[in-house]
Write a protein of this length. Structure first.
Length: 401
């Protein structure tokens, strides 16, 4: 167990959901500060999965579930992307029968099982006093559950979609936007060389921030987002006009993976399989839109078809090392979590609000959805962000609530 040596207590960290640049800097920030303040630090492996797979036997090998963190361990990893603790989309309150750990299968035999009682016992077995989950709204929603069960939880928001309620910023968002802009600049050369329409699909299930910000930065002519069901004919007409106006004779559109157009009744999924939070894997709307645009272009181009280039940016924008913002913000978030622990405070979400670091009640995570304010920021007639009234807006323009 973790608390074999005398310390102020044991703090556990875990990362859940999709990987993003900035997770390792956050883990390092928590660990360095906690160790220097006299705490032990445990890294839970593979998100919530690590907390359901522990075997409560002092002689059991649980190294696949957690490890004790040291300055040397976190200093080696913090400059890299992803999470060295690994991650998963495990939801301990909804574990399918096939995913119940072997040593618990005699006890949990339903098709879907709530393993929260085991998680609580495992927290006690390891000797964990404070738990710091780093994740998006799905991962953190289970953190809310544990807080409601009486555990001391402080949540840190991360997701490149930037859609965790309560905070203007989530770890990973800046690097995602930076990567998207860089890769779009690469793809534009091919679009221009072949005089085509470039269709780029980016992450964004319910929120269109990852499509909106690059478009606002000027790397795409148009963007379509989950918050507005758009007209594919209108998009095609706009893109054809954009192409005609461009001396290089090409145009481009940024497509959120959750976007849909009129005539569609649901999002485009890669398959029917659902994750532990009830989400099917999105992907493919870029291909659908690209094909429709190609079919419709003769209508707006004197009867001549315009070919398209389609690229799903996907994991390319969430990989690699963090940029400056995703190195600094995780450092601050981790230290803010320790500030709360040292003050005896828990049940909070670390946030960036109106340009300042703060914290909010953790249950804000499950209180609402954070999406683009279409009326304020998105021009539904031009299918792109509004470019007006920037005074006193936050760094990323449209990411506050």
């Amino acid at each position: 167990m973790a608390n074999e040596t005398k310390s102020k207590g044991v703090i556990a960290i875990l990362t859940g959901g999709g990987d993003v640049p900035g997770l390792n800097p956050a883990i390092r920030a928590v660990t360095i500060r906690a160790l220097r303040e006299g705490y032990q630090v445990v890294g839970i492996r593979r998100g919530w999965a690590g907390l359901i797979e522990i075997v409560r036997d002092k002689d059991a090998d649980n190294s696949h579930c957690y490890e004790c963190l040291t300055e040397g361990r976190v200093n080696k990893a913090f400059r890299t992307g992803g999470t060295f603790l690994h991650t998963s989309r495990t939801n301990p309150s909804k574990v399918s029968k096939n995913n119940v750990p072997i040593h618990l299968q005699d006890k949990y035999k339903k098709d879907v099982n709530d393993l929260t009682p085991e998680v609580i016992k495992n927290l006690d077995f390891v000797g964990i006093d404070y738990l710091i989950p780093i994740g998006g709204d799905d991962t953190l929603s289970y953190g809310v559950r544990l807080y409601q069960e009486g555990r001391k939880v402080i949540a840190i928001p991360k997701t490149m979609d930037n859609d965790v309620p309560g905070t203007d910023y989530c770890i990973g968002f800046s690097t995602c936007i930076t990567r998207t802009i860089a890769m779009t600049d690469i793809l534009r050369t091919s679009a221009g060389s072949h005089e085509r329409i470039l269709v780029m699909e980016v992450f964004g299930r319910y929120a269109g921030f990852t499509a909106m910000l690059p478009t606002m930065a000027g790397v795409a002519n148009r963007c379509v987002i989950p918050e507005h069901k758009f007209d594919i004919d209108l998009l095609t007409e706009l893109l054809v006009d954009d192409r005609h106006r461009n001396p290089s004779n090409y145009s481009s559109v940024m497509v959120s993976e959750g976007a849909i157009f009129k005539g569609m009744d649901k999002m485009v999924f890669e398959g029917a399989e659902l994750d532990a939070y009830g989400h099917a894997k999105l992907g493919g709307i870029g291909d659908v839109i690209s094909q429709k645009i190609k079919e419709l272009t003769p209508k707006y181009n004197n009867g001549k078809r315009i070919n398209t280039i389609t690229q799903k940016l996907g994991y390319l924008v969430r990989g690699g090392e963090p940029d400056a913002i995703d190195s600094i913000v995780p450092m601050a978030f981790g230290n803010l979590a320790l500030d709360l622990i040292l003050s005896g405070v828990h049940g909070r979400l670390i946030v960036l609000k109106n340009g300042r670091y703060d914290n909010m009640p953790i249950d804000v995570v499950v209180s609402k959805k954070k999406i683009v304010n279409v009326e304020k920021h998105y021009n539904i007639e031009r299918l792109r962000p509004y470019y007006k009234k920037f005074e006193m807006l936050p760094l990323f323009i449209m990411t506050n609530e």
